[in-house]
Design a protein around this ligand. Sequence first.
Ligand SMILES: *Cc1c(COP(=O)(O)O)cnc(C)c1O
Length: 448
Amino acid sequence: MFHVEHLTKPPMQLNSTNNPSLLFSFEEALFQGLPEDKGLFMPVQIPEIPKELIPQLDKYTFQEIAFQVAKALLNGEIPDKDLQKIIESAISFPAPVVMLDDHTAVLELFHGPSLAFKDFGARFMAKAMAYFNKETESDLIILVATSGDTGGAVAAGFYQTPGIQVVILYPSGKVSPLQEKQLTTLGENIHAFEVEGTFDDCQALVKEAFLDQTLRSKLRLSSANSINIARLIPQIFYYWEAYKQVSGMGKPVVFVVPSGNFGNLTAGLIAQKMGLPVHCFVAATNANDIIPEYLNTGLYNPQPSIPTLSNAMDVGNPSNFARILNLYGSTWNIIKDHITGYAFSDIETEQAMRQIFLHHNYIMDPHGAVGYLAWRKYQEKIKNEALGIIFETAHPAKFLEDVERILSQKIDIPYNLQSLQAKEKRSTPIAVNYLEFKMHLLEAFEKK
Ligand SMILES: *Cc1c(COP(=O)(O)O)cnc(C)c1O
């Protein structure tokens, strides 16, 4: 087991991307989610993993690596024994690298309970919240609005966590049947509200609850927002884990990341700052090409989002852009040296899925296929001098109807999805009406 020494005396400190002088602990950033100035929490210092340890990575398990990376970042805020327990229960499934050809690898990030990479973030956040929450009397209530994917990961991540209740709001009829099952069949501490409205309506109800001082005097509320720093940290782990698995090949490594809000890619930039040898990052997007445009022109021009086949990446104003700027002092020249960006249409994505199946006998979901396209384009530049690791961010069965239509092929459904189909949906239907929502919350959770 290698050991990373604590580099500074105080535990991890974070500040806001909008105000470097106010400092927060990890615990504060975890429960607050967002700083009041509407920036994003960032670590003040990014610790380095000692260089001599990098050639030895392959002696360690994924969990051991995750523990050391988390320990270096948190720098003592959670005692080693407790941190180890958090890692062991959160990082409880593998992230295997699969080779497509000599220069192309896929990092499968879909082996968690909701079959998407968001499981890593949601589970680590849930275990960290449960750790800090353990000595209080009333339950902590997590409110989250979802358009589909985040809710499933959060529900599975917090399921059966003592002392924490989760309230998920989703737009009725606007999530896939499978996603709805993931939100509504767990029960116990997971409560699904089916809102007669849009995703934006769900978000507005959550926002109003957070602003409601009378509600907050009665209930302890927190959020499970995707920009929570605790969801970013575990995404750093699997960059190290992927590097470990391919380091024997002795090739420079290019990480290819299908991106929407750019949390995944930002985690990679942090891994690189910690000392991970990365040749380059390739940001792959669908028609929502705000960041590839920025990388090409230096102009950041957010747009309303465009619906696409790879819908978890339909983001017109990527929230982690502020973190990317923060990492490089807002200097476009430096940012574009670290990240290359490409955008692709749905037609190209469908072609790529058929090509990957034909040439590599591998079934890739639409998000991963956007990554594949970006890698092939980057490869024209770099030839065979590097190994591309494409992130497969979700299991293809999550997008069953699209994948079967595009490949003209039935695909296997993993066991945990099959068993979901049979489970009974339990949700509370509500109108877009804050008072009705508030009444439900008080009825369910006051003085429990
Ligand atoms: C959330 C998601 C993405 C986008 O990840 P970001 O970190 O927001 O860039 C990509 N693919 C899938 C399947 C997702 O669920």
